[in-house]
Design a protein around this ligand. Structure first.
Ligand SMILES: [Cu+2]
Length: 150
């Protein structure tokens, strides 16, 4: 009886530790933004050709994604593969790396077409980089979305 009870509390303690860890990891980056409201929503389409702006124009060195300094932005990554394309069966998952580390979106695919990353933008001149972390068709076009703070 005592052994069973001890076992139960041990299992519970383990489960609690695990649950707490699970909650804490995603909070590291997100913590400054959770209490704040979002200042700006930005849509970035994702397909095998690259990251595209709202009008469907690919982000390049000449078409750079710019974010306003200090604002809390929510970048919504939208699955944009064409139904007729092989890549329609693909899955993307985007990470953004910057001065405070890396934050990941959820997976986006045919049945779950949108996922976002929210963060507070740094000072003017700060740079971030976004890239797909899955092996996908067109991954060579999804490895370096340059984001500048203006
Ligand atoms: Cu991808």
């Amino acid at each position: 009886m005592t052994t069973t009870r001890r076992m139960k509390s041990l299992v519970l303690a383990t489960a609690l530790t695990f649950a707490t860890t699970l909650v804490q990891i995603p909070m590291v980056w997100a913590s400054p933004t959770t209490a704040q409201s979002v200042d700006m929503d930005i849509t970035v389409k994702v397909n095998q050709k690259g990251f595209l702006d709202q009008k469907g124009k690919v982000f390049t060195k000449k078409n750079i994604l710019q974010l306003p300094k200090g604002k809390v932005v929510r970048i919504n990554f939208v699955f944009d593969e064409s139904l007729t394309s092989l890549a329609y069966g693909d899955t993307h998952q985007v990470a953004i790396t910057g001065e405070n580390g890396t934050q990941e979106s959820g997976k986006i695919w045919a049945w779950e077409q949108q996922s976002s990353i929210t963060f507070q933008v740094g000072e003017e001149g700060t740079k971030y980089r976004a890239y797909c972390i899955l092996a996908c068709i067109g991954m060579e076009n999804l490895n370096n979305l340059v984001i500048h703070v203006v």
